[in-house]
Design a protein around this ligand. Sequence first.
Ligand code: F6R
Length: 354
Amino acid sequence: MLDDVRAIERVDRHNTGRVLAEFPEQCRRARALRISPALAVARPRVIVMVGMGGSAAGADLLAACAAETVDVPVLVHRGYGLPATARREALVIASSYSGETAEVLSAVDVALARRVPVIAITSGGTLGALAAGHRLPRVALPPGLMPRMALGYLVFPALRVLEACDVVVAAEDDVDEALKVVADQAADLVPEVSADKNEGKRLALAIERRLPAVYGGSLTATTAYRWKTDLEENAKLLAVAGSVPEMNHNEIEIWRGPAARELHAVLLREDGEPPEIARRFTLMRELLGPAAGGVSEAWARGHGRLARLLSLLYLGQWVSYYAAMLRGTDPWPVPMLTELKQRLGAADGRGPAP
Ligand code: F6R
């Protein structure tokens, strides 16, 4: 089915494949977006990136990039309010693609009350209005996408914000490399490329009807989590995410029993990963292989951290897309999520949900 472009078009009723294919262009446009009004803050003591779901994925990526090189802690906060560490010398980056996410709005309320500098990254909604009302710095994103399909808009403007307060998470060359890597990748992953040459299709076919368990290394742990949420939102397929070495200390135990036949492990790898992590992945292949329904590997592309993480995230989006196609599921709508938001929105008076 995956090599039948017509059959794909019949299932993909909202043209999600086109949005994914245009991701490199989205990243280029996102890189060109500016902060307005300008951000005028000293280098913060701590950066708190607030977001939920798809809007938190960009924050996770940047926090993982920053972990190796930046001496300012970059925290990702998922939930209501703000952590106690968000005081006046902090910077809060409030990301919500729709601008209607209650948790993010509550974080902004707390930031305003505590006088913590806050910047909004949003396409509009209540967060856009709040930013305008308080003259907060904002990056205005173009509307019309599903938040999880707007990853480029949630990564590159946040990178710009960090640069503006003297926190350099990725150098200009790293950004250029990442843009090139995803452009090359797009050409290899679109539906027109047949399954024997298309890694996205190959992995979706390998997973088949099994439950995917996606494992990253310590810096790709959040990437594994994003694969899980993409599989859940796009293919409506429950998935597990974990990281090495932590899962070696607990979750590995589930891979011996008969239930392991129903699972498919996907190991997120990169060239030059620390040898202690590479050794663990090799051992895991040996240990999981005999009992598992299957074990696959997905390798990052590029050299810089940004390119590597972005390439893995982009591949994961395509895998979830093809997994959706195999199930006859339109990847775009998320009716349960939408209904829950609508019912919550009516209850807390914050207005309609996206
Ligand atoms: C829907 C999606 C969700 C949203 C989340 C928060 O496509 O990806 O995970 O990202 O519900 O909404 P936003 O991103 O609008 O703040």
